[in-house]
Ligand binder design. Structure first.
Ligand SMILES: Nc1ncnc2c1ncn2[C@@H]1O[C@H](COP(=O)(O)OP(=O)(O)OP(=O)(O)O)[C@@H](O)[C@H]1O
Ligand SMILES: [Mg+2]
Length: 318
């Protein structure tokens, strides 16, 4: 079967919820179900898809894909910044060390696009960046910039912050801010360098950090098409020169569909997502995975809960 047929066949078997009380205390995020027992976390990446802070639908094999891709990047960048990963007992599960999470999302941007472009075009400067006038859509920054935001509770929207506000509001101490900022920029450099060898541009991304004891660790996920933008590097110069949209291998495809086809930007009731949009986005995610990792993405159709139960048992987690 080709990729599209495999994805379509899986539409009715996606993983939208989990229930493993034996794993510990459950916290349900938008995408991950996190079970905590002491200082150990079991993070199950479900197939849930969120955009503009709403869970909208599921995508076939998204949990497996995101989790394995995050694991790939954590391994690749462990020499730059320590991370929470201990083990991957199932394609959609990471066992990690529980950290004290910082209340800030560290967004690093290499290019002027997305919400930052929309702000810039409208004359808004919520991050107090004081960008020069005359920049173009999708223009590369001389050096990547940081646009932090609050980590809003479920159902609320993250709020942009200037660098000064992070410390002034007491969201983070000056030392933690400084070292997490340096870590974010270093991880981003590493990610961009790898992406470049694979014909991709890592455009921007979001990191979460926390501490274990006094050690700074990167947690949650890393450099996935949920948390990052990826563009086709070969297409970039021509499209930029012509003022065209970039070839995107990430969730921005869905955001653009929501904005242009449904007039949805996070306010009000989210629209239903048709199956062909689900398959098309899943295809984009598979393409991103395969291009980044340089290997094919395995899609085996099986009841997700049965597989999880088997693998969690084998790892003696339940
Ligand atoms: N090692 C870790 N230690 C502590 N918390 C972690 C760790 N790794 C991830 N988390 C937290 O677990 C949750 C993962 O869930 P998910 O990614 O679905 O959340 P989200 O939708 O990004 O955010 P929210 O929690 O606001 O729903 C996040 O709140 C994340 O901060
Ligand atoms: Mg998250």
């Amino acid at each position: 079967m080709n990729v599209e047929a495999l994805l379509t066949a899986q539409l009715g078997r996606t993983l939208s919820a989990t229930d493993f009380p034996a794993l510990g205390q459950k916290y349900q995020g938008k995408v991950r179900d996190t079970y905590r027992q002491g200082d150990r976390l079991v993070l199950i990446t479900t197939d849930r898809l969120s955009a503009f802070d709403h869970v909208l639908t599921t995508l076939p094999f998204k949990g497996d894909l995101l989790n394995q891709l995050a694991h790939f990047w954590f391994a690749k960048t462990a020499h730059v910044v320590k991370n929470h990963v201990l083990d991957m007992p199932d394609p959609c599960v990471i066992v990690g060390r529980a950290a004290k999470p910082f209340a800030i999302e560290f967004v690093v941007r290499g290019y002027l696009t997305g919400s930052l472009w929309r702000d810039y075009e409208a004359g808004r400067d919520p991050y107090a960046l004081k960008l020069p006038a005359g920049l173009k859509n999708s223009q590369r920054f001389e050096t990547p910039i940081l646009t932090p935001s609050t980590k809003a509770p479920i159902g609320q929207h993250d709020e942009p912050l200037s660098e000064a506000q992070v410390v002034e509001r007491g969201l983070l101490g000056a030392r933690d801010w400084q070292r997490a900022k340096e870590a974010a920029l270093a991880l981003f450099r590493e990610g961009q360098a790898w992406a470049a060898t694979r014909g991709l541009i890592l455009v921007d991304t979001k990191y979460e950090f926390g501490t274990i004891g006094d050690e700074l660790v990167v947690i949650d996920e890393m450099h996935t098409p949920d948390s990052s933008r990826f563009w086709d590097a070969g297409e970039y110069p021509g499209r930029f020169a012509r003022g065209e949209a970039q070839k995107m291998l990430d969730k921005e495809n869905l955001r653009q569909w929501l904005i242009t086809k449904r007039g949805f930007q996070g306010q009000g009731t989210p629209p239903a997502i048709p199956d062909e949009v689900r398959v098309s986005l899943a295809k984009t995610y598979v393409a991103a995975f395969e291009q980044i990792c340089g290997r094919s993405f395995s899609m085996v159709s099986e009841d997700a809960t049965a597989r999880l139960t088997r693998n969690l048992k084998a790892a003696k987690l339940i």
